[in-house]
Write a protein that binds this ligand. Structure first.
Ligand code: NAD
Ligand code: ZN
Ligand code: ZN
Length: 389
């Protein structure tokens, strides 16, 4: 089969690789009909996530048709159309029992690698480094889905791929980012990052009853998408964000701040950007936490900082004094996608939201290398790319 493979920093290649096979009784094989490129894939592309190996198959947002099931998968049949959640979860462990699927205790065969960096290991994730399990991803014609009796949900034929594909990741992720804000009527929510994840956080915050949502980014086309969803917008290259947010909230700051940017944040002041880039290059810090620092400093006293942007390791200049003295709360995590798939499918069905609004490009799988470049550099108004194997 053909698959999009990580070949080193800034290089992906669509290669001929062996077809996946059933390895365990709870596996299924999926023929993929749609797969997306995520901001999280850019962290791999840019070489910031350790333990990637040449030839690793990328992709964790995918859906398709079941073509084979292991003997213990009784809920799926050959021919079923399914969306696959990006964290792999067993459904039986303590974490899964609490609905915390992205920290499943049984799905990461390389837990020891992750423990060295993180203390304890999170769940395995498709196409997301060896420290997170070394599972081949879904930017391919076929994928093996472990614990297929727990993760994938069936979708009916009347909803096109474009409307349900993002149940695999970014719609639940944006939803969880807003849910962690514990939104009350009248709340003002600020969202750093106007990418697809930020856009789903904005839509979700409104669905949960936020009074105002403020989106922060620098790309006009992304700020326009946020504005169409009803958000107020701030260009961080034009205004000082904490100042602007103070002015917009009667001096108090937003009730909750969502970081939907993560470890590769950009900063408008070259000297500050150079400081963190140098530390990142020399591995003295692994992540550039500009959005996170601002989200903490801007948040109102006693407010919540919700971090859905991905971080890999250590950050520098974390404003702990502000965080502690002002009684802030931080909530975070890779999304517990399995928890949200059914309820959010219901939301799509009843017309609360049509997730296809994020898509700007559909490419053939063979064009994945061009897709990664375009998405990385935000060229051609690129917001979200769907690959068609
Ligand atoms: P993206 O690259 O399309 O969007 C990121 C946006 O952040 C860009 O528009 C960029 O201009 C903006 N940005 C950069 N620096 C900024 C700054 N200092 N202030 C404000 N905005 C800034 O990526 P995406 O697909 O939207 O993903 C966003 C983040 O969410 C990534 O870190 C990704 O890894 C993460 N993610 C997390 C989960 C999860 O489960 N927690 C799931 C999916 C994605
Ligand atoms: Zn993703
Ligand atoms: Zn589990």
């Amino acid at each position: 089969m053909k698959a999009n493979c990580w070949m080193g920093r800034n290089t992906v290649e669509v290669r001929e690789v062996p077809d996946p096979k059933i390895l365990n009784a709870r596996d299924a094989i999926i023929r993929i009909t749609s797969a997306a490129i995520c901001g999280s894939d850019l962290h791999l592309y840019d070489g910031f996530i350790p333990t990637m190996e040449k030839g690793d198959i990328l992709g964790h947002e995918f859906m398709g048709e079941v073509v084979e099931v292991g003997r213990e998968v009784s809920n799926l049949r050959v021919g079923d159309r399914v969306v696959v959640p990006f964290p792999i979860a067993c459904g039986n462990c303590l974490a899964c029992a609490h609905g915390m699927y992205s920290v499943c205790e049984n799905s990461n065969p390389n837990a020891a690698l992750a423990e060295k960096i993180m203390g304890h290991a999170p769940a395995g994730i498709f196409g997301y480094s060896h420290m997170l399990g070394g599972f081949p991803g879904g930017q391919a014609q076929y994928a093996r889905v472990p614990f297929a009796d727990v993760g994938p949900i069936k979708v009916q034929d009347d909803l096109p791929d474009e409307q349900v594909l993002f149940l695999s990741d970014i719609f639940p992720t944006g939803w969880m980012g807003a849910e962690m804000c514990d939104i009350k009527p009248g709340d003002v929510i600020a969202v750093w990052g106007g990418g697809p994840v930020g856009q789903f956080a904005i839509a979700s915050a409104f669905l949960m009853g936020a009074e105002r949502v403020i989106c922060i980014d620098r790309f006009p086309y992304r700020l326009q998408i946020a504005a169409r969803a009803g958000a107020e917008t701030l260009d961080y290259e034009e205004v000082d964000i904490p100042d602007a947010l103070r002015d917009m909230t009667a001096g108090r700051g937003p009730d909750a701040c969502i970081d939907a940017v993560g470890m590769e944040a950009h900063y408008p002041i070259p000297a500050v950007q150079a400081y963190d880039r140098a530390k990142q290059a020399t591995r003295m810090e692994t992540d550039r936490p500009y959005a996170l620092r601002e989200a903490i400093l801007a948040c109102r006293n006693g407010g919540i900082v919700s971090v859905i942007g991905v971080y890999a390791g250590l950050v520098d200049k974390f404003p702990m004094g502000s965080f502690m003295n002002r009684a802030l709360t931080m909530k975070t995590g890779q999304c517990h996608v399995q928890r949200y798939m059914e309820p959010l499918l219901g939301r799509i069905r009843n017309g609360d939201i049509d997730p296809s609004f994020v898509i700007t490009h559909e490419l053939r799988l063979e064009d994945a290398p061009r897709g990664y470049e375009m998405f990385k550099h935000k060229e051609d108004g690129c917001n979200k790319i769907v690959l068609k194997p």
